[in-house]
Design a binder for this molecule. Sequence first.
Ligand code: SOE
Length: 381
Amino acid sequence: MTKKQLNIGLVGYGFMGRTHSNAFLQAGRFFDLPFQPVLKAVCARNPERVQAFANNWGYESAETDWRKLIERDDIDLIDIASPNDTHAEIAIAAAQAGKMVMCEKPLGRTAEEARTMVEAVEEAKVPNAVWYNYRRVPAVTMLKQMLDDGRFGRIFHYRAKFLQDWTISQDLPQGGEGLWRLDVSVAGSGVTGDLLAHNIDTAMWLNGPITEVVAMTETFIKERKHNLTGEVQAVGIDDASSFLCRFANGSLAMFEATRYARGHKALYTLEINGEHCSAFWDLHDLHRLQYFDHRDESIVRGWRNVHITDGDQPYMKHWWVPGLQIGYEHTFTHQFADFVTAVGEGKPCPPTFRDGLATDLVCDAVLKSAQTRQWEAVGEA
Ligand code: SOE
């Protein structure tokens, strides 16, 4: 029997447009989905380049105006992979047109913006999700299962960081394609919304809500030439952002993100310490979970280095044979496969827009605390 189609309209063809397109192509090949994903159209402003992207990835058509994409009757799902300042307008229009919506992180540039997006998808009752892909690294998903099983007992500490080094040069301009992450009017914030948001999303998924934060941020390079105006302009983003916080479950945490950690390209690590167990995970070694269980027999007690490639570990039965690894791109495939499966079952697929709002609320509290130099409460999603 041929499956009903799920017709996708992608907005944006940068790095994230590629990760999402790859997921759309792979998900139905490796997972038994209730619908057949179809790459119906891709939309971006430059007509030649959007057509070239469509040809390369197999999109049936190309558009240059996202409003026209949303008006099309043959599109079921709008996927937003364009810069942060476009998320809200596109998502709200898509929801109002009755389309399912998936959106790159962070959901909004601010929690206020994110809330308008939540209201739109919830009012329209359309399936929605935010691409916080790191939840779907098999080792991270397995850690979630182990925590939910209660193995760790009471949780005392959580620790996470995300370090990069690509903005250290004073000569790097801000703004425009590829560099909009440095332009605060487009991005909303710097590493807080771009990197810490990943840490926060995973942390709240694993360990529950964050209730209050105290933070510090720094902008190391205060002025950069703007690619669009050609003028040297003040830099409004945070280059580094660190915070302490409390979770609702009583545990304490430390988070740190920067783009000024020479030698680190995408060093996302997390650690959780509970009454019985601890675990540590590192994106640069993403298929491994370091795990310690104090209840092990004392003479052999120690850190286990678990290689997550076996069929009974999350997602792995869909891939190769035990022992063979998968990578970064698979996290997007997992998220899309889960999303399509949930649509088939009429269930939400976390992280939903409301979960994305919860992360934006923590980001807002972090940025506020860095200004006030006080503890700040996190608002309710
Ligand atoms: C920034 O360099 C970036 O590409 C983020 O925008 C992504 O969300 C992160 O996964 C990798 O780093």
